[in-house]
Design a protein around this ligand. Structure first.
Ligand code: NAD
Ligand code: UDP
Length: 317
């Protein structure tokens, strides 16, 4: 099986490449290294079946592939808001280019969509039939609306051109290989705790998220790609156990044994108040659910950052 992974040098993409190579696939990893790093795929470079191509998905691509996993897109708010026009371009033009490639190759294609398509939700937990509550003109809109438009494109290529598509709505996922300056909450809290710096809690910390460990998420993506052609999704992939952000801060401080104190900062605009996936569809159709408890996943992630910071990770962009 020849698989293309866009965004393959990023956090999730690199774990997916590892898994596909371990399963015996040939993998073409495509990435422009905007937020990703070759360090994430160093273990695969030069190995059998793995190729890396430095390419921006906003430009068309030709490759012989049977399966496409479209993950290319900055995922952290600070990164996707740094160049919002480019974020929308990556979501929309990137989707069109990969869908065109899938059409030419008659390949199956999976989109890494996001819980952000639900916006700041007024139903809880979020199931796939909820249409969302998204601000179309706010600072998060380049990502939220870009991802919503990508979903639209996937379903139009499916209806109009009978393309075989799969859409995963991924909820907050964490683990080793998150960038230390990524800005997302789990990596921020762990890096701050390990450095003995204040833990930056945005708002009063009562907003909630549900955190999925990366290995669970990758199992979900692979299972989704393997479903019969008539299963398109969208399907939620995430951990249904909900925590407040303050609880997360307390847990990270306890697990690292850090002397860091919590420092409250203003809540960013449009920050969703609560988020928790309804994963009934994934349980039923993928026979999938997360197995890693937050405490265990955090311990593995802390060990990763502890080692990385010991090697002078600040040197990385
Ligand atoms: P990440 O930033 O680590 O990875 C994204 C990768 O895409 C990076 O390697 C980056 O260099 C690459 N990229 C960005 N723009 C590109 C472009 N124009 N052309 C080629 N490559 C480009 O983020 P991640 O957490 O690994 O997220 C991967 C995907 O999963 C993203 O599409 C994201 O929206 C989605 N997702 C992630 C989460 C999560 O919690 N991690 C949640 C929901 C959705
Ligand atoms: N957050 C925080 N401190 C940080 C980074 C994030 O309190 O240093 C909060 C953020 O405001 C949000 C939650 O943690 O309520 C999750 O943020 P993240 O950027 O990880 O993901 P998203 O908002 O996209 O779910």
């Amino acid at each position: 099986m020849k698989a293309l992974v866009t965004g393959g040098a990023g956090f999730l993409g690199s774990h997916l490449c590892d898994r596909l190579i371990a399963d015996g696939s040939d993998v073409l990893c495509v990435d422009n290294l905007y937020t990703g790093s070759l360090d994430n795929v160093r273990q695969l470079l030069g190995g059998t079946g793995f190729n890396f191509l430095n390419h921006d998905v906003t430009s068309p691509l030709d490759a012989e592939v049977e399966r496409i996993f479209n993950l290319a897109c900055p995922a952290s708010p600070i990164h996707y808001q740094r160049n919002p026009i480019e974020t929308t371009r990556t979501c929309v033009h990137g989707a069109i280019n990969m869908l065109d490639l899938a059409t030419r190759q008659r390949a199956r294609i999976l989109q890494a969509s996001t819980s952000e398509v639900y916006g700041d939700p007024d139903i809880h937990p979020q199931s796939e039939d909820y249409w969302g509550r998204v601000n179309p003109i706010g600072p998060r809109s380049c990502y939220d609306e870009g991802k919503r438009c990508a979903e639209t494109l996937f379903f139009d290529y499916h209806r109009q051109l009978r393309l075989r598509i799969k859409v995963a709505r991924i909820f907050n996922t964490y683990g080793p290989r998150m960038h230390p300056n990524d800005g997302r909450v789990v990596s921020n809290f762990i890096v701050q705790a390990l450095r003995g710096q204040p833990i930056t809690l945005f708002g009063d910390g009562s907003q909630t998220r549900s955190f999925c460990y990366v290995d669970d998420l990758i199992n979900g993506l692979v299972s989704l790609m393997d479903t019969p052609d008539d299963f398109t999704g969208p399907v939620n992939l995430g951990n249904p156990v909900e925590f407040t952000i303050r609880e997360l801060a307390t847990e990270v401080i306890a697990l690292t044994g850090s002397s860091s104190r919590i420092e409250c900062k203003p809540l960013p605009d449009d920050d969703p108040r609560q988020r928790k996936p309804d994963i009934a569809l994934a349980r039923r159709c993928l026979d999938w659910e997360p197995t890693v408890q937050l405490r265990d996943g955090l311990a593995k992630t802390i060990a990763y950052f502890d080692s990385l910071l010991g090697q002078g990770a600040e040197a990385r962009p």
